[in-house]
Design a protein around this ligand. Structure first.
Ligand SMILES: Nc1ncnc2c1ncn2[C@@H]1O[C@H](COP(=O)(O)OP(=O)(O)OP(=O)(O)O)[C@@H](O)[C@H]1O
Ligand SMILES: [Mg+2]
Length: 376
């Protein structure tokens, strides 16, 4: 699928709601949610009666992005880089340590009671594992009806009709509402989760690995369903996925996270066509090629996956890069900003973080992302 053409980026000022631009964001007038400089730190380790050193696990550290009407933004990165934590903060399941979340231009911290209810209704979630996210003791009708019973004043008859419509919309039969989750296949269970998420007509659905628990043969069906629902309802998705093919298929924009920090971000096709950060290249090279005869050099990053506890004050990638790091360089001491290297393609550029740097230094890490099938 070719993703929609990226809107022109406005790398300054405020959007129509008055929300300040941040590097990597588009300041689009279609932004329903704008996340700015979000941090979620967890205090870890023992302090006895408040004494002893405090350690901070910086799960999300200064992350900014927009969620645009009708579009999908993807978050990718290794296990533990802060993807789910970002979703949890948006869903109100974790309190941010710092930063702001704007819903249609209003800081969610200052929303009125009614505004908060509207915000909570407008963002719903579909989880990775439809087994654990559906109550096994409830019939499907009750599972899908629950949000309507809690958050609306609809009558029982209206709810019954709406549940039937929702089940049909996700490709199930309305009679299946009388069954229990275990009486469905994995793909069908994920459809039930999607029906429940759709019940309150949300503007945004967070998708945390929505197809990774499913059999490969039914992943495409669920992805197509999500794309169809997006087109039908103008839904926005914030999607977390390990599988890069899923990201390329579903996401208009992609953010690559490493240790709580976005390292590369922008139009999905630009990133897949010209991955620039070494970390993005390593992720892509670790992904299976779509054809077994495709020759793909693998980039293995040295060292262990670094702990997010008390990360370095400078570039978090400097302890993982295969290139030499100058400890006196400013980005060894302060965080490098995202730089726009082509329209809507942003990267944290340091002497040790990009493919270009490696080439300039004569270190060959080049990765063939042009998928040329070799003659066999
Ligand atoms: N409540 C918590 N207390 C302490 N640390 C936490 C808490 N929740 C998450 N973390 C830590 O924050 C970091 C980010 O976790 P998160 O679940 O966001 O990762 P992820 O990118 O979703 O990983 P995965 O791909 O494995 O799902 C991890 O190091 C995790 O151990
Ligand atoms: Mg996760």
């Amino acid at each position: 699928m070719t993703t929609a053409e990226a809107p022109a980026s406005t790398s300054e000022g405020t959007n129509k709601f008055g929300v300040e631009w941040a590097p990597g964001t588009l300041n689009s007038s279609d932004a329903i949610i704008s996340v700015r400089h979000l941090r979620k730190w967890f205090q870890v380790g023992n302090t006895i009666l408040g004494f002893g050193q405090k350690h901070w696990l910086k799960a999300v550290d200064d992350v900014s992005f927009d969620i645009e009407r009708g579009k999908t933004i993807g978050l990718v990165g290794e296990s533990g880089c802060g993807k789910t934590t970002t979703l949890k903060v948006l869903l109100g399941l974790e309190v941010p340590t710092e930063g702001q979340i704007f819903y249609e231009g209003e800081d969610v911290k200052t929303l009125s009671k009614a505004g908060r209810k509207d915000f909570r209704t407008s963002i719903q979630a579909v989880f990775q594992d439809p087994w654990s996210s559906l109550n096994p003791r409830m019939r499907v009708n009750s599972i899908v009806a629950e949000p309507l019973e809690i958050a609306t004043t609809m009558t029982r008859g209206q709810i019954r009709t709406r549940v039937g419509e929702l089940l049909t919309e996700v490709g199930l039969n309305s009679y299946q509402g009388n069954l229990y989750p275990h009486e469905f296949s994995g793909g069908q269970r994920q459809r039930i989760g999607i029906a429940r998420a759709l019940a309150l007509n949300p503007k945004i659905i967070t998708l945390d690995e929505p197809v990774s628990a499913l059999d490969v043969s039914i992943r495409a069906q669920i992805m197509n369903l999500l794309v169809d629902l997006q087109e039908e309802h103008g839904l926005a998705y914030l999607m977390v996925a390990h599988n890069l093919a899923t990201v390329r298929y579903m996401c208009h924009r992609t953010a690559v996270m490493y240790l709580g920090v976005i390292q590369e971000m922008g139009d999905t096709e630009s990133i897949f066509r010209a991955p620039t950060h070494l970390y993005t290249n390593a992720l892509l090279s670790a992904a299976l090629p779509s054809h077994p005869d495709i020759d793909r050099e693998e980039i293995i990053l040295p060292g262990e996956v670094v702990s997010p506890v008390d990360p370095p004050p400078g570039d978090v990638f400097m302890t993982r890069t295969p290139l030499p790091v100058d400890p006196d360089h400013e980005f060894a001491k302060t965080r490098p900003p995202l730089t726009e290297i082509e329209p809507d393609h942003w990267v944290t550029v340091t002497p040790w973080s990009t493919i270009e740097s490696a080439t300039e230094q004569g270190i060959d890490l080049a990765l063939s992302v042009d998928e040329e099938v070799q003659d066999v």
